[in-house]
Design a protein around this ligand. Sequence first.
Ligand code: SF4
Length: 218
Amino acid sequence: MKEKTSPTMTAKRSKTILGKLLNYYGEPVADLQFQNLYQLCVAVVLSAQTTDKQVNAVTPHLFSKYPDFPSLARANISDVEEIIKSTGFYHNKARNIVLLAETIVEKFNRKVPATREELTSLPGVGRKTANVILSVGFDIPAFAVDTHVLRIANRIGYIASENPLEVEKAITTTLDESEWKRAHLLLIRHGRVLCTARSPRCSECPVNSLCGFADKTA
Ligand code: SF4
């Protein structure tokens, strides 16, 4: 079979990187806490520009007060703001999740849609959020590019681009669809633990020998 390539990364090399990260971190799981698609959808929207830990700190209260889309759709936005304040950008986020709930109740019969096109029609849901919902919520092959993934893809040498869609293509073309979810979760874990934005711990990194980052710390 012909090996798939991106401009700077072969499929073989990409699989080796994924294997080394998997060996190092173990099977990754999503850090956002959720029990069902409603909770996942809301939590992912709240996770923009903040940490999953911060979201996990507010969602138990939010979901106990508003356990499903209909109750959230009827919520008073200022009450929601009060609960999610610590996640930042809370005016927009509160408005978005209430509108999202209204839209899902009215247009999608209370069910989270399972296509990227429908998901991105929802308030507060862009391509990255839609890809997380598809991948984590529905197990549909999709690859979300967040700030960690974008940074690491550039450092390792998948691509030189700040464009999330280009990064998504550069990575997904080197991996089988079945590996996308795991790759996404592993790169996020790597970005939080070793390949941090300010001070990557390159001397401890399992993919050091495969990484093209010019400013490696070791
Ligand atoms: S060697 Fe350094 S820059 Fe490269 S992936 Fe590892 S931690 Fe990140």
